[in-house]
Design a protein around this ligand. Structure first.
Ligand code: ZN
Length: 100
């Protein structure tokens, strides 16, 4: 077990996952959002585990849109849904009990 494994929180369920297991949605300085498959794009962003319910939940979260300062467009949504369908569901390292 590595103690240096980076952990990130899913914006949908609030569970804590290994960073590599999450999808990252990054916002470019131009304000465009894109799915960051390698987790290395610059700018602000948020993370989602590969569950549809988390994607839908995150989309309904207005604070999230405010936080990243951009709106999710249809193109990105399609891309996200596709990524999630192709991806494997991952179990969180830790669930955020306060959000359930
Ligand atoms: Zn989640």
């Amino acid at each position: 077990m590595s103690s240096h494994l980076p952990l990130r929180t899913c914006s949908g369920c609030g569970g804590v996952f290994a960073k590599r297991d999450l999808l990252r949605i990054a916002r470019s300085p131009q304000g465009e959002l894109s799915v960051d498959l390698v987790g290395k794009k610059p700018g602000r962003g948020f993370y989602l585990c590969r569950r549809k319910q988390c994607l839908e939940r995150a989309l309904k979260n207005r604070n999230l849109a405010k936080k990243i300062g951009a709106c999710l467009n249809e193109e990105l949504l399609t891309q996200l849904r596709k990524s999630i369908e192709n991806g494997q569901e991952v179990e969180p390292c830790r669930r955020n009990e306060s959000m359930s």
